[in-house]
Design a binder for this molecule. Structure first.
Ligand code: ZN
Ligand code: ZN
Ligand code: ZN
Length: 437
């Protein structure tokens, strides 16, 4: 398939296995290719906001008459989705409140259904593709193994009525493939909308200095250049959040993707100093104090994630989350500069809590501290930066601070024109938002 996309070819990337490279020049903002999802699923929390089939966001979607839980633009989308929705429709009614498969289990059920449909339709090229995707079953640690086992149990519990499930070993492989190659579909503010598999995009290797960026149009992925590329250049995306220093990035890559990055930035660590910036004081702070604070920061980030899960399950109130952010910012602020990425991480979390608690002033206060260092520390045309400008811009507009609002939205737009393409409906909507007073 890749051979059929003009300007691109597969090749053996030294030290990385299969990869993708360009055979003609591409300019910043140019579309390399667009890839329909092999399989996709809308998050349960987004039901009613988006059409389950085409991921269009609008008011007044029509409900599935049977389960009353899935929403569609209209009959056409409902019909289009039925082959997948039928896996859940009657089961949701039967299980009622107890219907609770993970998003991964839901996606895997769809992949299995799709494979079966394709086998019936005779062996197509696409079946090979999903078989071909890398899996790392042998590398999985106990904690992840447990997660997968519970996902597999969920698959049996909620989907076995409609699906013939393969044996345990094949399921382990499939879940491992999805873990390494599944893509989170995010909206313009980077909110999670769903999960999908794109075999073509999964061919692209990682770099902390990526040459392309992936955005979504409906359920399709679009890959655009964020650097000018010459024939022979490898197509490289980032698999991870690039805010963090080299050690943190590689810990994450090893944990989730089982490799260590060898890119120029990982070799030179040229941005690490700025990312770990320490407060200026008359007596320089000792290295040991800094190391201890880094350890504290990493621990706090992990603990916050657990607390956030508890809050999402309504076990902990959001005010406790905000307290935790403020406390850690106080603690770290004695050693770290305000532009240190661990400070930014906690400010970002605090902003999220403020947004959740409908405190726009609080959210703006954190957002304003974050945005400048973000623009410096992230690579050019980063969605993390554009989404932050969007959030800020929309908050200002909501408080009728129009001129500063339009300014922020314009900054978001400059990045999105490259990352999403000028014609993306996000930009059409944004242009409208900017004239609204
Ligand atoms: Zn639709
Ligand atoms: Zn239904
Ligand atoms: Zn790297």
């Amino acid at each position: 398939m890749m051979g059929s996309i003009e300007g691109l070819e597969r090749f053996d990337s030294p030290g990385k296995g299969r990869g993708l490279r360009v055979t003609r020049p591409f300019k910043v903002g140019e579309l390399l290719f667009s890839s329909p999802a092999y399989s996709f699923v809308l998050s349960l929390s987004e039901r009613g906001c988006y059409c389950e089939f085409c991921f269009t966001r609008k008011e007044g979607l029509a409900r599935c008459g049977k389960c009353k839980k899935a929403f569609y633009c209209g009959v056409k989308c409902q019909k289009g989705d039925w082959a997948m929705h039928k896996l859940e429709c009657s089961a949701m009614t039967a299980f009622g409140e107890n219907w609770c498969p993970s998003e991964t289990s839901r996606l895997v059920a769809r992949i299995l259904a799709k494979k079966k449909m394709q086998k019936e339709r005779c062996a197509s090229e696409r079946i090979l593709l999903i078989e071909e995707i890398q899996s790392h079953v042998e590398d999985v640690d106990n904690e992840k193994r447990e997660m997968t086992e519970s996902d597999i149990a969920g698959l049996h519990r909620f989907f076995s009525k409609h699906l013939e499930l393969p044996d345990h070993k094949d399921l382990l492989t499939l879940f491992s493939q999805v873990a390494c190659n599944g893509f989170t579909i995010e909206d313009d503010e980077l909110s999670h909308m769903g999960t999908a598999v794109y075999p073509d995009v999964a061919l692209i290797n990682h770099s902390c200095l990526p040459s392309v960026i992936v955005t979504y149009k409906g359920t399709s992925a679009e890959v655009r250049a964020v650097k000018n590329m010459n024939p022979g250049d490898e197509v490289l995306i980032s698999y991870i959040d690039l805010l963090y220093p080299t050690d943190d990035r590689n810990n994450r890559l090893r944990e989730f993707y089982y490799f260590t990055c060898q890119c120029q930035e990982c070799k030179t660590k040229s941005s690490d100093k700025a990312k770990l910036k320490v407060r200026k004081q008359s007596d320089p702070i000792e290295q040991e104090v800094i190391s201890n604070m880094v350890r504290y920061a990493r621990k706090t980030i992990r603990e916050f994630r657990l607390k956030l899960d508890a809050a999402l399950d309504s076990v902990a109130p959001p005010s406790e989350l905000l307290e935790m952010c403020e406390q850690s910012l106080d603690e770290m602020g004695a050693v770290f500069d305000d532009t240190n990425v661990y400070m930014l991480h906690m400010m970002y979390q605090a902003m999220g809590v403020c947004l959740y608690m409908q405190d726009p002033d609080g959210a703006i206060r954190y957002g304003e501290k974050i945005i400048k260092p973000y623009s410096k520390l992230y690579p050019p045309y980063s969605l993390n930066v554009s989404s932050m400008y969007l959030k800020l811009g929309r908050l200002y507009m909501g408080l009728e601070r129009y001129s500063v609002g339009v300014g922020a939205l314009k900054k978001a737009m400059a990045i999105m024109e490259v990352a999403h393409g000028r014609d993306h409906f996000y930009l059409t909507e944004l242009r409208k938002e900017m004239t609204r007073k």
